[in-house]
Design a protein around this ligand. Structure first.
Ligand code: GDP
Ligand code: MG
Length: 293
């Protein structure tokens, strides 16, 4: 007859172990300078970490150059070590040839570091993970199409890391312009065979409906701000102009909250897993096979 094997408890065991250890989630922010990347880093920290500490704000790490800022947050017994690496941005020079190189080598250096630890005779059971689980790519809100520079950078990044594209400073576009621009960018990405996260070809059947909705929303049109505004007794992050307040976390104002939810709430584990199983694995295989030949 059928005996109970008990593999259904495995998930619970894994979950408990993960809870104790906590999650390490590493984000990288990439794009031309002046698009609001540093602001976004601080916005994400404010909207994720600072908010939780019972009203009291955490002093925030400030970012100007290639800099990694970390913060640890704990919620319902789950610990999250959130790390965001800010890059200074590129595209400022007349000659932008190979401007992606520092970014690519940064990402690969993290894989290399992990591989080195993994290959040690006496290796750590849990290797400190600095691999980039997601790269948030900032597209200028031009209303036109993807620039050739963006295409070139994206074509290199999508081979080595999970890429989530965003339209920067979405408040500078009207709703109609945003919708048209997003559609144009999706077409450009597809024309240039640039693969952005979440990829259809690897998705779990269970995730398909949700991922479909996310893909329809890409690139996320985001607004960043580190200024709190007091509205009806509530503190909100937003950008104030003559004609009103754009609320960062209001889903009818922009896609910031959709993106935050995907990164931090719904897809964090998948981003971490796919980095290890695909991107790191590709790197490892390539690195080890060139060594032996
Ligand atoms: P970075 O060079 O990409 O790091 O850009 P910064 O974060 O330094 O921002 C450049 C400028 O854009 C600053 O004046 C920001 O206040 C402004 N900025 C940042 N995010 C937004 C946004 O969502 N909308 C608008 N309108 N301005 C923004
Ligand atoms: Mg910056």
């Amino acid at each position: 007859g059928v005996t109970y094997v008990g593999i259904d408890t495995l998930q619970e065991q894994t979950r408990l172990k993960a809870l104790r250890r906590g999650y390490t989630f590493n984000l990288l922010v990439v794009g031309r300078s002046g698009l609001g990347k540093s602001t976004f880093v601080n916005t994400l920290f404010k909207a994720t970490v600072a908010r939780r500490k019972s009203g009291e704000e955490e002093p925030l790490p400030s970012t100007t150059e290639v800099k990694t800022v970390s913060s640890s947050l704990s919620e319902g017994g789950v610990r999250l070590n959130l790390t965001i690496t800010d890059t200074p941005g590129f595209g400022d020079h007349i000659n932008n040839e190979n401007c992606w190189e520092p970014i690519v080598s940064y990402i690969e250096a993290q894989y290399g570091r992990y591989l080195q630890e993994e290959q040690k005779v006496d290796r750590l059971l849990h290797i400190p993970d600095t691999r980039i689980h997601c790269c948030v790519y900032f597209i200028p809100p031009t209303g036109h199409s993807l620039s050739s520079l963006d295409v070139e950078v994206l074509q290199r990044l999508d081979k080595i890391v999970n890429v989530v594209p965003v339209v920067a400073k979405a408040d500078t576009l009207t709703l109609e312009e945003r919708a048209a621009f997003k559609e144009r960018i999706r077409a450009d990405l597809s024309d240039h065979a640039i693969k952005v996260y979440p990829l259809q070809e690897y998705e779990d059947l269970d995730d398909a409906p949700e991922n479909m909705k996310i893909r329809e929303r890409l690139p996320f049109a985001v607004v960043g701000s580190t200024t709190w505004h007091e509205i009806h007794g509530k503190k909100l992050l937003g950008r104030r102009s003559n004609w009103g307040l754009v609320e960062v976390e209001n889903k009818s104002h922009n896609d910031f909250a959709y993106m935050r939810d995907m990164l931090i709430r719904t897809h964090m584990q998948d981003l971490i897993g796919s980095t290890a199983e695909r991107h790191y694995e590709n790197f490892r295989r390539a690195r080890l096979s060139t060594k032996t030949t």
